[in-house]
Design a protein around this ligand. Structure first.
Ligand SMILES: C[S@@+](CC[C@H](N)C(=O)[O-])C[C@H]1O[C@@H](n2cnc3c(N)ncnc32)[C@H](O)[C@@H]1O
Ligand SMILES: Nc1nc2[nH]cc(C(=O)O)c2c(=O)[nH]1
Ligand code: SF4
Ligand SMILES: [Mg+2]
Length: 254
C-alpha cells in the first residue's frame, strides 16, 4: 500500500508501519552520538526539505509494510543494542509509531525519536530529538531536487508548529537540533528558540540547542562543519557532528 503524497497512511494499515530500512549503527548525531543503536526508518513525510538525506522516505518514498511485532523481533535480533532510534521520513505521522515505541520501552530499550517537530504523539519516548526546519530548508524551484518547486509553499506553511514543539519539549527529555547551512540561519534559530521558551513550561537550556552542519556527504560537510562549529562557540549553543557521515559517508544502512 503506498504512502500518499503527504505521507499519511491508509487507516486500514494501522498496526503496521511503512519501513524504508532497519539497521544497526552508531548514533551519529546529537547528545547520544557514538552510542550503538538500532535504527528503524519509516517512510513518508509531511515536509520536503531540499537537502533531505533520506530522499526515499520523502521525495520518492519506498518501503515494505511491517507489523509492529516483526519490527520488534528485528530490533531484538541485534543482541548488543540497548538503544533504538525511530526516524524517517517523519515517524510521528504514523499512529502505529506509538505502539512500536511503547513496545520497545516496555522491553527496556532506550528510545529516541527523530522528528521535525510538527506533530505531537503521546508515547514512550526517552529522548525527543527535534529538528525544526528553518526557512533555508525550503525547496524553492532552484533547490528542489526534482526541479519543480511544487512543495515550496506547503513546506513553508507546515515547517513550524509552535504548539507541537512546546508539547514535545514539555512531555519528553529533548534536544533541538538545527540543520545549519550558513551564518544567516542563526537569527532565525535564536528567534525560534525564544518562541519555544515562551510557549513551553520546561526550561530549554542553550546546551539543549544543537547546531548540526548541513551535508549528506563528507564533501558537503567539508564546506560547512568548521563554520558551524565556530557559530556554536560564538552563540554558546552545542555543536553536533554527523559521525556516521564522517565514518561511512552516504552509504545506505549507516
Ligand atoms: C531524515 S531526518 C528524519 C526525521 C525527521 N523527519 C526530521 O527531519 O527531524 C533525520 C535527521 O537528519 C537531518 N538531516 C536531513 N538531511 C540533512 C542534511 N543534508 N544535512 C544535515 N542534516 C540533515 C534532519 O534535520 C534530522 O535531524
Ligand atoms: N548513524 C546514524 N545516526 C543517525 N542519527 C539520526 C539519523 C537519522 O537519519 O535520523 C541517523 C542516521 O541515519 N544514521
Ligand atoms: S522533515 Fe526530515 S525526512 Fe522530511 S524532508 Fe525534512 S529532513 Fe527529510
Ligand atoms: Mg540520517
Amino acid at each position: 500500500m503506498p504512502v500518499d503524497a503527504d505521507g499519511t497512511t491508509d487507516a486500514e494499515t494501522e498496526g503496521a508501519l511503512p519501513i524504508n530500512e532497519l539497521f544497526y549503527s552508531l548514533q551519529g548525531e546529537g547528545r547520544l552520538a557514538g552510542v550503538p543503536t538500532v535504527f528503524v526508518r519509516t517512510s513518508g513525510c509531511n515536509l520536503r526539505c531540499w537537502f533531505c538525506d533520506s530522499y526515499h522516505t520523502s521525495w520518492e518514498p519506498t518501503h515494505d509494510w511491517q507489523d509492529v511485532d516483526e519490527i520488534v523481533a528485528a530490533v531484538d535480533s541485534y543482541d548488543q543494542a540497548e538503544h533504538v532510534v525511530l526516524t524517517g521520513g517523519e515517524p510521528l505521522l504514523h499512529e502505529a509509531s506509538v505502539d512500536l515505541l511503547n513496545r520497545l520501552g516496555d522491553a527496556g530499550y532506550h528510545t529516541t525519536v527523530e522528528t521535525n517537530g510538527t506533530i505531537f504523539r503521546d508515547a514512550h519516548v526517552d529522548l525527543a530529538s527535534i529538528s525544526p526546519k528553518l526557512q533555508s530548508s525550503t525547496p524553492t524551484p532552484e533547490k528542489d531536487p526534482t526541479g519543480e518547486g511544487k512543495w515550496a509553499e506547503r513546506h513553508d506553511q507546515r515547517r513550524v508548529d509552535l504548539d507541537a514543539l512546546a508539547a514535545l519539549v514539555d512531555a519528553y527529555e529533548s534536544q533541538l537540533k538545527f540543520v545549519v547551512t550558513d551564518a544567516d540561519d542563526l537569527p532565525e534559530i535564536d528567534r525560534l528558540v525564544e518562541r519555544v521558551r515562551d510557549a513551553a513550561a520546561t526550561t530549554v537550556h542553550d546546551s539543549d540547542v544543537l547546531l548540526m552542519p548541513e551535508g549528506a556527504t563528507r564533501e558537503a560537510l567539508d564546506e560547512t562543519r568548521n563554520a558551524v562549529a565556530e557559530l556554536a562557540m560564538d552563540r554558546g549553543y552545542r555543536y553536533t557532528p554527523r559521525l556516521h557521515v564522517d565514518l561511512w559517508n552516504d552509504a545506505p544502512g549507516t
